[in-house]
Design a protein around this ligand. Structure first.
Ligand code: C2E
Ligand code: CA
Ligand code: CA
Ligand code: CA
Length: 283
């Protein structure tokens, strides 16, 4: 719902219940947030489980609200999707993430991969491959250092147009990861129709893997699937040393989670990469 003039906005809002009213208020605030550059990206390290080195980061969106502090995407993304603001936000995230990865390279941090979440809504309505092409051209980031994270439903319910869009993204040399793997209602048949680079085991399986043998079995099965289909496997939500050790022993390739590092602003991410927090040019 979009209302322009103040008067229209008021009489319109009076007829709504509290939740709807809040959503409308947040939509207006979110619009302002874009203009005032209140959105920022935080970066969570991704680790190679063989040598425990940081190989990249996932970009996670934060709204730095002037009064309320940092707001996580769970709160405002639904409003962004509902209002269509997700298109503008998604494009901003993609460009910002590519530029950040280039700054890291220029600061001598090496070939760090940057993973970017793209909302299913955006795939349904836009040519994401064109946005990717522009972001790569503008930033001059080598395509293989960009990874697009999608949920399995995007591929599963994928209209032919969406699958074509995804193939175009991979043809550009960009990697594609399936996020929250194992939580969608899905068959695995889509893995045959569309080749991906990486599966991210959802954190719900990792959280209780030490006690719950069915979680451990599912994780083993996904790792086996990765080996047979030549896909990299990333475990999400790793919070404890025991989980990291178990995953490494099971042959999981990569991991991400609070144990290795929380999502953080670029400055802190860069600091965390250097042993004694020693100086690295740029940030
Ligand atoms: P996701 O893509 O599955 O991201 C992982 C979420 O788990 C993040 O929450 C992250 O902060 C959190 N997390 C990471 N490690 C751990 C851990 O060890 N334990 C626990 N309990 N949680 C951990 P966040 O940042 O609140 O993001 C929530 C969701 O919002 C994301 O889930 C993603 O679906 C969406 N999102 C975030 N940024 C973007 C974005 O730029 N664009 C789009 N379209 N969606 C985004
Ligand atoms: Ca993700
Ligand atoms: Ca995930
Ligand atoms: Ca998720």
């Amino acid at each position: 719902a979009k209302a322009e003039g103040g008067g229209v906005f008021c009489s319109f809002a009076e007829g709504m219940d509290e939740t709807a009213r809040q959503a409308v208020a947040m939509e207006a605030e979110l619009r302002r947030a874009l203009v005032r550059s209140e959105l920022e990206l935080h970066f969570q390290p991704q680790i190679d489980l063989r040598d425990r080195r940081v190989i990249g980061a996932e970009a996670l969106l934060r709204w730095h609200h002037p009064e309320r502090g940092f707001i996580t995407p769970g709160v405002f993304l639904p409003v962004a999707e509902e209002s269509g603001l997700i298109y503008e936000i998604g494009e901003w995230v993609l460009n910002e993430a590519c530029q950040q990865a280039v700054r890291w390279r220029q600061a001598g941090l090496g070939d760090l991969r940057i993973a970017v979440n793209i909302s299913p809504t955006q795939f349904r309505k836009q040519s994401v491959s064109s946005l990717v092409r522009s972001a790569l051209a503008a930033s001059r980031l080598p395509p293989e250092l960009l990874e697009i994270e999608i949920t399995e439903n995007v591929v599963m319910q994928g209209a032919e147009r969406v699958l074509k869009d995804l193939r175009d993204i991979r043809d550009q040399g960009v990697q594609v990861a399936i996020d929250d793997f194992g939580t969608g209602y899905s068959s695995l048949a889509y893995l045959k129709r569309f080749k991906v680079d990486r599966l991210k085991i959802d954190q719900c399986f990792v959280q209780t893997m030490e006690e719950d043998i069915s979680d451990a079995a599912i994780i083993d099965a996904v790792i086996g699937l990765g080996k047979s289909l030549d896909l990299q496997i990333v475990a999400e939500g790793v919070e404890r040393a025991e989980q990291a050790d178990l995953l490494a022993r099971a042959g999981c390739d990569e991991a991400q989670g609070y144990y290795f590092g929380r999502p953080m602003p670029s400055k802190l991410f860069v600091k965390s990469l250097s042993p004694q927090g020693m100086m690295v040019a740029g940030g």
